[in-house]
Write a protein that binds this ligand. Structure first.
Ligand code: COA
Length: 150
């Protein structure tokens, strides 16, 4: 069975699992560390969700998916962003991405967020279908990125 939970404590299993999952989204992302994950978990603005598969033992393999939600207050209201949604290759097509996203939407709503935004490349067809199915609507806006070098 799959269970979605909010990470409250960073441990070696989490670091190992995120090290396995993150390259499945981005080959250029720096490898996660205890410190970088701890920064997400301890920040009031971010929630790190993971999907546990109880059929995959008790080690890092148990963690088969992840999503990070950011919720923040700006002058126009409370806003939320979903980032870094990843299901492990061997666990895809079982509703884990959907369950992670639904939980994030619940947390965002409970936090008073007016909107929940995300971006995904058109080439990520499974992801685009997932978000449309859950009720996300394409937004007419230009998305810009400044490569600030950090
Ligand atoms: C996008 C991603 C997170 C989706 O994860 P997932 O856990 O496979 O998502 P779901 O299982 O909820 O949905 C995927 C498909 O499985 C189907 N599905 C869900 N549960 C199912 C079940 N029990 N039986 C059969 N099919 C099922 C869904 O209907 C969906 O089908 P579709 O692609 O034809 O629309 C995953 O593909 C991934 O990690 N991709 C690489 C990283 C990425 O692109 N992340 C998104 C960045 S924005």
């Amino acid at each position: 069975m799959i269970a979605i939970r909010e990470v409250e404590q960073v441990d070696d299993h989490l670091v190992a699992a995120m090290t396995r999952l993150l390259p499945q989204l981005s080959r250029s992302a720096p490898p996660p560390t205890t410190q970088s994950l701890d920064a997400i978990v301890t920040s009031p603005a971010t929630t790190l969700l993971v999907a546990d598969d109880d059929a995959s033992g008790t080690g890092p393999d148990r963690i088969v998916g992840t999503l990070t939600l950011a919720v923040f207050q700006i002058p126009s209201g409370v806003r939320a962003w979903i980032e870094d949604v990843i299901t492990d290759e061997r666990s895809r097509g079982r509703g884990i991405g959907e369950a992670l996203t639904r939980r994030a939407l619940e947390i965002a709503a409970a936090s008073g967020a007016r909107t929940v935004d995300l971006t995904t490349r058109p080439s990520r067809e499974v992801a685009n279908r997932l978000y449309l199915r859950l009720g996300f609507e394409p937004r007419e806006t230009n998305v810009y990125r400044y490569p600030s070098g950090g």
